[in-house]
Write a protein that binds this ligand. Structure first.
Ligand SMILES: Cc1ncc(C[n+]2csc(CCOP(=O)(O)OP(=O)(O)O)c2C)c(N)n1
Length: 326
């Protein structure tokens, strides 16, 4: 049942788990326990939560470089996710993939992806596979606004529309591609119109309103399950942090960020739940439980073993590996 307090509490819990995971990861990065930059999605949690609450485990998901929230909401284990960020053997890729390459096939998560728009052809291929195998599941493909100006967007949408594949394309539009305003480099009447020009029906939603995302996704998923055809969701949101964990985002004004904080999704849902009669105490308890869960996950990652040197070339694409071994 949609539009019920228990469902909204579930959305609230998911958003807090994502926020707490990323804040814990950022803290670990600052403490130099994690090497390499992290792309966090703080402020964008409503898209992951509103989306994944409508999916079955068998439904597949592809993600982009800013994928912690997508992966976690699809059901992955935060312990193994953080272990992956720490480069440890217990991580999802044995510590070799890092933050941008987490996959967990057991929950339908086919992979985050460091290549902008790289998840689109993977999702479309997976959907074609499901159709050929006669499986009922659908594929959700999440990408940023920067991806809509890359070739795989055109190729993927065209292919999915032409072969009538069960894909929900989701553009998580935070307005910037890394540091560039996407509007300044995107031609035409907009992203939804671009999808429609290839025969993929779509709509926009306020991506910081988790209830609206939940409703929009439910409708689109229902349409895909009924027709087997692709659909598109354009979710407008805001990234409260810089492009990576090492970017202080000095390129945008503090006023802009401060005003965006007023409409960040967790605070908005909290206000709604209080209006609906939930107590401060219960809502604080959800936040506290999420933080504790992620602190435990961090302890797990800190204690996890390093990968063995002799495993360096297993489970990796090994073109040229022979040369390195010598
Ligand atoms: C093919 C490719 N080109 C360039 C990059 C470098 N790069 C990493 S993230 C990014 C911006 C992507 O923008 P968007 O998809 O809107 O996501 P955002 O980081 O803004 O959330 C770029 C250009 C890349 N990873 N892959």
């Amino acid at each position: 049942m949609r539009n019920t307090v228990p469902r909204r509490l579930e959305l609230f819990r998911t958003m807090w788990r994502i926020r707490a995971f990323e804040e814990e990861a950022l803290d670990a990065h600052r403490a130099q326990e994690i090497a390499g930059p992290l792309h966090v999605s703080i402020g964008q949690e409503a898209v992951s939560a509103g989306l994944c609450i409508n999916l079955e485990t068998a439904d597949r998901l592809t993600s982009n470089h800013r994928g912690h929230g997508h992966v976690l909401a699809k059901g992955a284990d935060p312990k193994r996710m953080l272990a992956e960020l720490y480069g440890r053997a217990d991580g999802y890729c044995g510590g070799k993939g890092g933050s941008m390459h987490i996959a967990d096939f057991s929950v339908g998560m086919l992979g985050a992806n460091g290549v902008v728009a790289g998840g689109i052809p993977i999702a479309v291929g997976a959907a074609q596979g499901l159709k050929l195998l006669g499986e009922k599941a659908l594929v959700v493909c999440i990408f940023g606004d920067g991806a809509v100006n890359r070739g795989p967007f055109l190729e993927g949408f065209n292919w999915a529309a032409l072969f009538r594949l069960p894909v929900l394309f989701v553009c998580e539009d935070n307005g910037v591609a890394a540091f560039t305003q996407t509007a300044t480099m995107t031609a035409g009447p907009g992203i939804v119109a671009r999808a429609q020009s290839m025969g993929v029906e779509g709509r926009s939603v306020d991506g910081n309103d988790v209830v609206a995302v939940d409703e929009a996704v439910a409708e689109l998923v229902e349409a895909i399950r009924a027709t087997g055809e692709p659909r598109f969701l354009h979710a407008q949101t805001y990234r409260l942090m810089g492009h990576t964990s090492t970017d202080a985002a000095a390129w945008r004004s503090q006023e802009e960020v401060q005003s965006a904080r007023q409409s960040e999704p967790i605070g908005r849902l909290r206000a709604l739940l209080l209006e609906e009669g939930c107590s401060e105490r219960d809502l604080d308890g959800i936040e506290r439980a999420a933080r504790q869960e992620m602190q435990e996950a961090r302890r797990f990652a800190q204690a996890a073993p390093w990968p063995l040197p002799e495993d360096a070339f297993s489970d990796v694409q090994d073109i040229g590996a022979e040369a390195w071994r010598r």
